[in-house]
Ligand binder design. Structure first.
Ligand code: GLN
Length: 423
């Protein structure tokens, strides 16, 4: 397809009747599909066909969904634009000269373009919410442990969750109803959610709801984004919600802490890819070390290589305390900041992304600039909290997303508030 939203197109039919009967779903290409390529956007796994389905894929099929394809993504989820994919970038359906956001850019673009009714992405530091915001659709990152990660190819285990992308809040909530709940294959899942009714929570009844606004997450955002954000807040107040200022001073360190932790976990997770069983399949000369070094250099792209190197450095003796340990301390501070804030407010609101979708090609030369675009999304991952991005109108013809973060397992609260923004 012209947007390059899919790496593989499929028709995998689910059970005959269920809540997703007649619904098409696109699945990010780092979520395992039995016998169907699951490339993670990487040359390393270009030929990899998993021998089993991820739990969320089993859930989709049991609910009667039809999987129409595996979607394009930044290589192993490492990026905010879907440009680091080995299979080339995805275009933003709203403006094809721009990026769709990432790393689940193919999933968001497919939904925004009407190529799938619903989609699954994964969100380690914003990868569901960023593309949802840039493509003008809804994306939800669940509380850590609400949705099984069994069959999700790991980038940074302690941070990531699979989450739904949909044209509407209700659609995202319906998909969450299908995938939420404990899984014996993933020991980090929790019981919460099994009896919840997420779709039923999308009422938009915000009378009496208190919304906290952290200045730290609006300072520095593009004026056009802030204008849409303020308009959404005014709307919420008109519907009966109260907005109050809150302080999240730790969030200033969120991006730095996130990247140290994510790269450290990635360096360990990606050590398993030796290029022997999948990928370019050998053909390299030399001893053990040389062969694997050559296979890995050949199979991984620049951004993934950079992160493995930086993550290995951050974990190495002598630097561990300086980087990894400090990042963990910052992470604990972010958690504590949110805990204290949720004693006073029901949800925390901010723009999802501080900027409008960049032009294709613009972000690749300056990785640090790309990392900074994750300033507002990474705190929820560090604190393991649920967060949703909901469209809040356009600026210069480009979509702007508002992010609502809730307390642990507070999905129903953020779904309800997001429905009010949508109205
Ligand atoms: N942009 C962030 C990163 O590159 C988040 C990616 C993600 O959530 N997978 O790490």
């Amino acid at each position: 397809m012209s947007l390059n939203a899919f790496i593989t197109e499929t028709t995998i039919q689910g059970a005959a009747d269920g809540p997703l009967d007649g619904t098409t779903v696109a699945v990010k290409d780092n979520i395992s599909t039995k016998g169907v390529p699951t490339t993670c956007g990487s040359k390393m796994l270009a030929d990899y066909e998993p021998p089993y389905n991820a739990t969320v894929v089993e859930d989709l099929l049991a609910a009667g969904g039809t999987i129409v394809g595996k979607t394009n993504m930044d290589e192993f989820g490492m990026g905010t634009t879907t440009e680091t994919s080995y299979f080339g970038p995805t275009k933003n359906p709203v403006d094809e000269t721009r990026v769709p956001g990432g790393s689940s850019g193919g999933s968001a673009a497919a939904v925004a373009n009407g190529d799938a009714d619903l989609a699954l992405g994964s969100d380690t530091g914003g990868s569901v919410r960023a593309p949802a915001a840039y493509c003008g659709v809804v994306g939800l990152k669940p509380t850590y442990g609400l949705v099984s990660r069994y069959g999700l190819v790991a980038y940074a285990n302690s941070l990531e969750q699979i989450g739904p992308i949909a044209p509407t809040v209700e659609g995202a909530a319906e998909l969450l109803d299908v995938i939420a709940g404990p899984d014996e294959h993933d020991g980090t899942t929790r019981d919460a959610g099994a009896d919840a009714d997420y779709a039923g929570a999308a009422t938009g009844d915000v009378g009496g709801l208190t919304i906290g606004i952290p200045q730290e997450l609006t300072d520095g955002a593009d004026d056009r984004v802030v204008e849409r954000f303020e308009a959404a807040l005014a709307d919420l107040r008109a519907q009966g919600a109260t907005t109050v200022d809150v302080a999240l001073p730790s969030c200033e360190y969120a991006v730095a802490a996130y990247y140290v932790i994510a790269m450290s976990e990635a360096s360990s997770n990606l050590a398993r890819f030796d290029g022997v069983r999948y990928g370019t399949g050998g053909g390299f000369d030399g001893n053990w070390n040389e062969t694997f070094a050559d296979a890995r250099a050949d199979g991984f792209g620049d951004e993934v290589t950079r992160r493995i190197l930086l993550g290995t450095y951050a974990l190495s003796a002598g630097y561990h305390d300086k980087y990894y340990k400090q990042a963990q301390e910052a992470r604990a501070w972010v958690k504590q900041d949110f805990d204290e804030t949720f004693a006073d407010v029901d949800v925390v609101a901010s723009p999802t992304m501080p900027v409008l979708p960049p032009k294709l090609g613009e972000s690749l030369d300056d990785p640090v600039q790309m990392y900074l675009a994750d300033a507002n999304t990474t705190p929820a991952n560090l604190a393991n909290l649920p967060a949703i991005s909901v469209p809040a109108g356009d600026a210069d013809g480009l979509p702007v997303g508002v992010q609502l973060v809730g307390p642990k397992f507070g999905e129903e609260t953020i779904i309800n508030a997001a429905a009010a923004v949508e109205q």
